[in-house]
Design a binder for this molecule. Structure first.
Ligand code: NIG
Length: 377
């Protein structure tokens, strides 16, 4: 079954391919170009001058959770600082939830994201923090999203010894979770895991064949970026507080700097130095960091808007970071682009150009979504 989409007002492909029409065949893009040269297709859809771009690739979320942290958010808005300690509240609620309850939370947020144009999602474990609950978090995540990350090293569970817990994470817990995930991550930050502990977990994960990611430099400068680059991690996420050495290290590496502006706003941190990273030549991704503690939004459009209005990224840079940047952070070349052979994940805006994402902040602009060739919105 093929569909010819015509009447595209502005086409963002993230490649050299251009045009005002494209053909979807099965789950793939089959053709891109000027409508006058379009091949025949089974169906035709006219998007009447609207902008078309790749579906958002949200490369950083924490969707396997239970409970709510509204009170913590309220306290923060009244002046309390964000600390990693709040994670323990969600761990308690998650351990107490049934598989069905957790599955429903993930399903609901994946559907919410899809309605806003997110066609690829990564999500993490990290609210289980024991073997049983990390395994079931990974299993449930894998039932709903295509990229799953093991984050047993999210926090040392209250009352447990840090080194004993690190040994558990890199030993029995990793053995049990590794078959269910593609990635391993650590929260390398004061109050969570230090450089040596983080490196021990990531090294063990790499030996199991997992790709690496790091949460780093979220609440202050620290060793997260250095560690990520040293180990060849696919991404280091947050990057809110970077030294010039961190920026240079990222610029001369394949490690993607994944920026999470909704989190920085919700935790009242500075916004990350996107301009310095881009000007130095680093690859930048934007992601939602959807989680109940530090960033309870699934809106990639909000991240793009913030990146443009407050982080001095151009609209083109921000959209690219939220699509192709996310794909690079996940080391995927089949998503985040519109080119022949890529997965047919398309986002049609109810606007003539992507500029409207920043020009009309807060306005829901998703008009249509195709995921793997199926029109889902
Ligand atoms: O990416 N920084 C660590 N982990 C999450 C927050 C988790 C939470 O507060 O529940 C993050 O922001």
């Amino acid at each position: 079954m093929s569909v010819l989409i015509t009447g595209i007002g502005e086409l963002t492909t993230n490649t050299d391919e251009t045009g005002d029409a494209l053909v979807v065949d099965g789950d793939r893009i089959a053709w891109v170009g000027p409508a006058a040269q379009a091949p025949a297709a089974d169906e035709r859809v006219d998007v009447e001058g609207r902008a078309v771009l790749p579906g958002w690739v949200d490369s950083h979320t924490h969707l396997v959770f239970a409970g709510d942290r509204t009170a913590e958010f309220g306290a923060r808005m009244a002046g309390e600082p964000y600390t990693a300690g709040g994670i323990a509240v969600t761990v308690g609620a998650t351990r107490g939830a049934s598989d069905e309850q957790l599955s429903e939370v993930v399903r609901k947020h994946v559907a919410e994201a899809l309605r806003q144009g997110t066609t690829s999602l990564e999500t993490k474990t990290g609210y289980g923090l024991n073997v049983r609950d990390e395994v079931r978090s990974a299993r449930i995540a894998g039932e709903h999203v295509e990229e799953v990350t093991f984050l047993g090293a999210h926090l040392v569970p209250p009352g447990e010894d840090a080194d004993t817990y690190v040994d558990l994470v890199r030993g029995e817990m990793l053995d049990a979770v590794a078959p269910l995930v593609r990635w391993a991550d650590v929260f390398c930050e004061k109050g969570a895991f230090d450089y040596d502990q983080s490196k021990a977990v990531l090294t063990a994960a790499a030996q199991k064949g997992l790709g690496l990611r790091v949460h780093g430099n979220q609440l202050g400068e620290g060793p997260g970026v250095r560690l990520a680059v040293e180990l060849g991690a696919a991404s280091v996420d947050h990057c809110t507080y970077l030294s010039s050495a961190d920026v240079d290290a990222l610029a001369s590496s394949d490690t993607v700097a994944t920026l999470l502006p909704a989190c920085d706003l919700s935790t009242r941190q500075s916004l990350p130095p996107a301009r310095a990273l881009l000007d130095a030549g680093a690859t930048v991704a934007l992601a939602s960091n959807c989680n109940p503690g530090s960033s309870y939004t699934s809106s990639m459009a909000f991240c793009v808007t913030t990146a443009v209005l407050q982080m001095f990224m151009s609209v083109e840079e921000a959209v690219r970071a939220a699509t192709l940047g996310g794909a690079r952070a996940l080391r995927r070349d089949d998503i985040g682009v519109i080119r022949v052979g890529a997965r047919a994940d398309l986002h049609v805006l109810d606007a003539p150009s992507i500029t409207h994402l920043a020009y009309r902040p807060g306005v829901p602009l998703t008009h249509g979504v195709w995921k793997s060739g199926d029109r889902v919105i």
